[in-house]
Design a protein around this ligand. Structure first.
Ligand SMILES: Nc1ncnc2c1ncn2[C@@H]1O[C@H](COP(=O)(O)OP(=O)(O)OP(=O)(O)O)[C@@H](O)[C@H]1O
Length: 649
């Protein structure tokens, strides 16, 4: 209260019967300066009929924190105002002081009190050899009537409230104020204490509201009857309302979907899933009571979508990966009728949730289509988790896919690790090179696809996963089934929807468009400006004749080389002729397409690749498989596969 003075208004009402200020007003005015350090005390000496209107206006403008008032006016204001009214009350000591003063004037004394008679006065009168008479009143008319009777009966002094003294004085009697300066001071002290605790309470409420405002969960506090005492905007928002609108309303009227009787229990309960306006809320309730007294309940509601998003962020954060698909179906170059049909079919598949099997040679765009389908589907906001089933040894692939519990095997991480299926929850898992998945894992995968739940390695319980599966392979799975390397039942589980991407040579109409969009990306990435596009017309005639064993990925690599060479074509290092550029891109003999070049022959016939060739590439690239695959003009997974099959050969 040091910083801002307590705002107190003392209301003294009069009847317009006498000159002012009244006795009480004068008494209060004499005390006010002693509070000037802690309070701004305003004294209002008002006609009784105006006191309520004045107090209401002061209340509305916020200029007052507490009213102080006496007697009947005080009781009247207490009933009609929301702001607290502290009453100035007379004590036994006040009565003694007033009697002492009255005796100085006359021995014919009466005491007129609001709604009480002072029976003990008779004995006190005996002591002082004075006959004190005590009367009570409830209304102003009664005061006037009593005073008039007293005058008729010969009474000369009337002790009472400010109003009583005013009526007595107007009737020609002596009025003595019952309230002492000490009692007035006590009332102002009480008002100060009340303001202090009010301020502490409202500061606590402000803090709690600030906390509630910043919570991402919906929180509501109810009293024992189910009336809302506090709520944050998140909670109100679940019910299309604002927090200020729902305070003081009954919980059932605001949130009928959340059957209140479930939550008004004496011990915490929770884990309820409730659908509210197409949103699923996870609801927990905590009683505010002890064993004996029910003081209300706090209910916390979480949007399950937000919980899942946070869960994914934590889990993917723990793995240091960002499971996002970056491509959309609209990015796919599709000039050929075949490709256009496939993009349309993919768009239809995106509207469903069924498993898809993507087939096609390496580099034909299987992952691009998988990402496009995910991003065009209702799961677009969920994760897109791509796994290359050919890239990892069996045991590692198993723990990657299904995760493991703490201590599942020696060297396993403390606290265990979620598998990629769990991380793909509410999104899509892309199982690339599914034809290379070892048979025991095929069995586990089949179970996950059937049950839609996973059990971590070393685990004892299963976790439900809501995942769309898109599998891809360049292999002929039917052939693999017949030679026993792929499970027939898994094939049928995967082959619900099917998309077969043709090799680039079967959709050469796509080439010009592909060249431009790929060159655009390369030029942007390498900051080469628009210039590299100029090389495309020179290259296209050759591209139409080429047999593209690495499909679009190979096209990307050639265009990147072309862009770099073209950007430096003026330097003496590079030759100036068109044929030289083409040679630099394809190698020396490509201008005579049709002649077999050893390098190209090797590239088109994987069987001729040797362990030495793959290993050499990996060595040259210092163990970087992506760079080595790029060097060889094949995909990373093809390189893995070749290294693997060659090492076992
Ligand atoms: N129609 C297309 N339009 C634009 N880019 C394409 C198209 N097809 C493929 N690509 C690009 O070619 C590259 C290879 O595509 P992707 O990785 O999807 O092929 P893949 O069939 O999954 O290959 P692999 O089987 O070797 O993993 C990617 O950079 C992809 O963006």
């Amino acid at each position: 209260m040091k910083n801002s003075l307590a705002r107190i208004t003392v209301i003294i009402s009069h009847l317009d019967l006498h000159s002012y200020p009244s006795l009480l007003a004068r008494e209060v005015q004499s005390i006010v300066p002693s509070f000037s350090d802690v309070a701004d005390v305003r004294v209002m000496d008002l006609p009784f009929r105006d006191s309520l209107a004045y107090a209401k206006e002061a209340e509305r403008s916020g200029e007052v924190e507490i009213f102080v008032c006496a007697g009947a006016t005080g009781a009247f204001l207490q009933k009609n105002l929301a702001t607290p009214v502290v009453l100035m009350k007379s004590t036994g000591n006040d009565l003694m002081l007033a009697m002492y003063e009255a005796i100085n004037h006359s021995t014919k004394i009466a005491v007129l009190s609001y709604q009480k008679t002072n029976v003990e006065l008779a004995h006190t009168g005996d002591l002082w050899k004075v006959a004190f008479k005590s009367y009570q009143y409830s209304t102003l008319d009664q005061v006037k009537e009593q005073v008039s009777n007293l005058r008729t009966s010969g009474c000369e002094v009337v002790i009472g409230s400010s109003m009583v003294t005013e009526v007595a004085t107007a009737a020609g009697l002596i009025g003595v104020l019952l309230l002492s300066a000490r009692s007035i001071r006590l009332a102002i002290d009480e008002a100060l204490l009340l303001i202090r605790s009010q301020r502490a309470e409202s500061s606590r409420r402000r803090h709690i509201n600030a906390i509630l405002r910043h919570l991402t969960d919906g929180v509501v506090a109810l009293d024992a009857t189910g009336k809302i005492q506090a709520a944050n905007e998140v909670f109100a928002g679940f019910f299309n309302a604002s927090a200020s609108d729902i305070i003081d309303r009954h919980f059932n009227d605001v949130a009928p979907e959340l059957d209140i009787h479930q939550y008004l229990k004496s011990s915490p309960i929770g884990g309820f899933l409730v659908t509210v306006k197409q949103r699923t809320l996870l609801v927990n309730a905590y009683p505010l009571s002890d064993e004996t007294e029910n003081d209300g309940t706090v209910i916390i509601c979480q949007d399950t979508n937000a919980v899942q998003r946070a869960d994914r962020r934590i889990r993917s954060g723990a793995r240091g990966q960002d499971f996002r698909a970056t491509h959309c179906l609209s990015e796919i170059a599709a000039a050929a009728k075949k490709t256009q049909y496939l993009v349309k079919l993919a768009a239809v598949y995106a509207r469903t949730d069924s498993t898809i099997l993507l087939q096609g040679e390496s580099g034909t765009g299987k992952e691009l289509f998988a990402q496009g389908i995910h991003n065009d589907s209702a799961r677009a906001h969920g994760p897109f988790v791509a796994v290359n089933c050919a890239a990892l040894p069996e045991t590692l692939l198993e723990s990657e896919l299904f995760g493991y519990e703490d201590g599942a095997f020696s060297g396993s991480r403390r606290g265990g690790k979620p598998g990629l299926f769990e991380l793909a929850h509410t999104g899509t898992i892309f199982l690339d090179e599914i034809g290379d998945m070892p048979l025991p894992l095929q069995t586990r995968l089949l179970r996950v696809l059937q049950e839609r739940e996973v059990m971590r390695l070393g685990g004892t319980h299963t976790t439900l996963v809501d995942v769309r599966v898109i599998a891809a392979t360049h292999q002929n799975l039917i052939k693999q089934i017949s030679n026993g390397t792929f499970r027939r039942d898994l094939f049928y589980r995967l082959n619900v929807l099917q998309l077969t991407l043709p090799p680039l040579t079967e959709r050469l109409e796509d080439l010009p468009h592909l060249c431009h969009i790929i060159m655009e990306k390369i030029a942007k990435r390498l900051k080469l400006g628009d210039a590299p596009h100029q090389v495309i017309p020179t290259l296209l005639p050759h591209f139409f004749k080429y047999h593209w064993p690495g499909n679009v990925r190979e096209l990307e690599n050639i265009l990147e080389r072309a862009a770099i060479y073209f950007a430096h074509k003026d330097e003496p290092l590079f030759l100036q002729q068109e044929s030289d550029i083409v040679n630099l891109i394809f190698g020396p003999s490509v201008t005579e397409i049709g002649e077999e070049r050893p390098a190209e022959h090797l590239r088109s016939d994987p069987a001729l690749r040797t362990v030495r060739e793959s290993k050499q590439a990996v060595n040259i690239c210092a163990g970087n498989f992506s760079a080595a695959a790029k060097l060889l003009g094949i995909s990373r997974s093809t390189l893995y596969r070749r290294m693997k099959s060659n090492s076992t050969a």
